[in-house]
Design a protein. Sequence first.
Length: 148
Amino acid sequence: MNTQVNIRKAEKTDIDDILLIETLCFETDRFNRRQFMYLLLKSYFFVAEIKGKTIGYIILLHTKRSKNLRLYSIAVHPEAQGKQIGQHLIDYAIQLAKSLNKQGINLEVRETNQAAINLYKRNGFSFFGIKPAYYADGAHASLMKYSF
């Protein structure tokens, strides 16, 4: 991709764009405005943009006692999918985890979300378990981790 992707801390003014991406990317288990506002304060929340247009986001949770970051949510606008935006966000998350002296990153992913699973596997994430009926519709989540 020739266009420069900028990743920066999400701000309140990004919420409308983030909500649109959320609606376009997820049929169930969507975050609402209030949840996103809370996550702005309580997580590592970043947006990806091209030429000032928000095209994706990533949310990482962190606690002092945890040895790993948790990749809580990642999404890319459908019009920008297939253009390495997700890769840029994963790269950013890995660098953040390293800078925080974490041992890795954990995540849950819908078992049927093969595109996301492939992205994670390409980046060195491996499976370590299943969470049955994790999603509101009863779908299972695969547990994956990236370790340094």
